[in-house]
Design a protein around this ligand. Structure first.
Ligand code: N2P
Length: 379
């Protein structure tokens, strides 16, 4: 169990430390760290206490609810040590689970991290509150693309955590021809793949990618299109071994799953443990998304939440997280601190030529997709 500088135990529900980067790259990154961090609170410590929002409950506590396999092992201990704020860190593995929990009204979280296209739904339901932006000067470190957004222009409610793509993780030693470049490998798998195929346990992702495979508008809510998606996925019964949005990392690494619908960084984390694992963004196109930190309405410690957001927006911290989880950083200066093998990887930072759509936010769309997904799962 990790401890803070006062010897208190830390509740860190994060995976065991694993190093992604070899020593040579580590030294290069180390040298760059001194030159980086030119804006906002630059040293790796929380900003000095500033005037602004106060906690509703006057405690040095912060409760974070984030995706599984989405942080390195040092950032939380470092934040705790420098801020004196004790962090409780718990994880989920789908937007559907997170939204259901937040709707039930029983949570005491200070930070949650939904995917961008859910933000209008959280706003409509009154589940998140405006950020105390005066405590987050490092917002200026964000890439423009994460400021000028349709889901939250100017970051009034959200701060991006990491971003990535949806695609296919596969085992080069098992798939026919050793390569995958199309959604066909997943939605019409070769017979010998039976029992080794997994699909994401997440309504919006599954429906969207199936629509792309079927050649439909990726944002379609037409009943006929959704009926086709439902019958396609039902027809895979017997070939698909499971719906998973977290365990598939381990199952790919252990050669149990050979083709997985998954998220870029997750697949790279499996590839780190198994050299036969590769990631593809299918040629028909796929999805780009960002997961964004928000403060739930009435959270007990909004001030501590803002101090943590400001900390994560430091280039040194954001690059460390990004390097470890192999997702994209939204912080401009953090890129300079990343090893070339990540920065130049077109499956982590895809060039503009890669066909990637975004799910455009709409409550009605998510409801219709959720209904289609439920009928698939229940069948
Ligand atoms: C982290 C998965 C986050 C990506 N394991 C989903 N938006």
């Amino acid at each position: 169990m990790a401890r803070d500088r006062d010897g208190r135990e830390l509740n860190l529900l994060v995976q065991h430390p694993r190093s992604r980067i070899g020593r040579r790259a580590f030294l290069r990154v180390g040298a760059l760290l001194g030159a980086a961090g030119l804006a906002g609170c630059t040293a790796e410590r929380a900003c000095k206490v500033q005037p602004g929002a106060v906690n509703r409950v006057p405690e040095q506590l912060l409760s974070i609810y984030n995706w599984s396999d989405y942080i390195d092992d040092r950032s939380i201990p470092a934040f705790q040590a420098h801020s004196g704020i004790r962090v409780s860190y718990d994880v989920y593995s789908s937007n559907d689970d997170l939204l259901a929990k937040m709707k039930s009204g029983r949570s005491q979280f200070d930070i949650i991290v939904p995917t961008n296209w859910f933000i209008p739904t959280y706003r409509r339901l009154g589940l998140i509150e405006p950020l105390p932006r005066e405590l987050i000067p490092n917002l200026r470190n964000l890439d423009r693309a994460f400021v000028d957004t349709d889901y939250d222009p100017g970051n009034q409610y959200t701060v991006p955590w990491q971003w990535g793509t949806t695609g296919i993780g596969y085992n080069t030693a098992k798939v026919p021809g050793g390569k995958v470049d199309s959604w066909k490998a997943l939605f019409d798998p070769a017979p010998q793949m039976s029992g080794h195929v997994s699909l994401l346990r997440e309504a919006s992702e599954l429906i969207n990618c199936a629509l792309i495979y079927l050649g439909k508008n990726p944002n379609s809510t037409a009943d006929a299109d959704l009926a086709e998606v439902v019958s396609l996925i039902r027809s895979l019964k017997g070939r698909v071994s499971k719906f998973s949005s977290d365990t598939y990392i381990d199952e790919l690494a252990k050669n149990q799953t050979w083709i997985a619908h998954g998220w870029s960084g997750d697949v790279f984390q499996a590839a780190e443990r198994n050299r036969d694992i590769a990631y593809a963004i299918p040629k028909e196109g796929s999805l780009r998304w960002a997961d964004v930190m928000c403060i739930p309405k009435g959270a007990p410690h909004p001030r501590n939440a803002a101090l943590f957001m400001n900390y994560v927006l430091q280039p040194t911290v954001n690059s460390r997280i990004s390097r470890y989880v192999s997702y994209g950083t939204p912080v401009t200066l953090a890129k300079a601190l990343l090893p070339d093998e990540q920065l130049q990887d077109p499956t982590i930072y895809p060039p503009a030529s890669v066909k990637l759509s975004v799910i455009t936010p709409s409550g009605e769309k998510l409801q219709k997709w959720q209904a289609a997904y439920s009928s698939i799962i229940k069948a």
